[in-house]
Design a protein around this ligand. Sequence first.
Ligand SMILES: [Zn+2]
Ligand SMILES: [Zn+2]
Length: 72
Amino acid sequence: MRVAGPRSRYDRCQMCRGAADQVDLRLCPKCRRAQCRDCWDHNNGECARCGTALPDLPLSLKDTVASVAAHR
Ligand SMILES: [Zn+2]
Ligand SMILES: [Zn+2]
């Protein structure tokens, strides 16, 4: 069994409005907004509201974020 961060069951994604039973919702660690896995992915792992990066990203996505940060 894989544990991957807090998952909200009652909220909706702040971007695509996907419900918790339709998408893989994760709460932003800073502003607590729910955002689905696809939308985290779409934003390079950043919250659409406050820009905070999700700490438990999959490795491939982490690599992407790291390389983007390195080029700044
Ligand atoms: Zn979404
Ligand atoms: Zn946020």
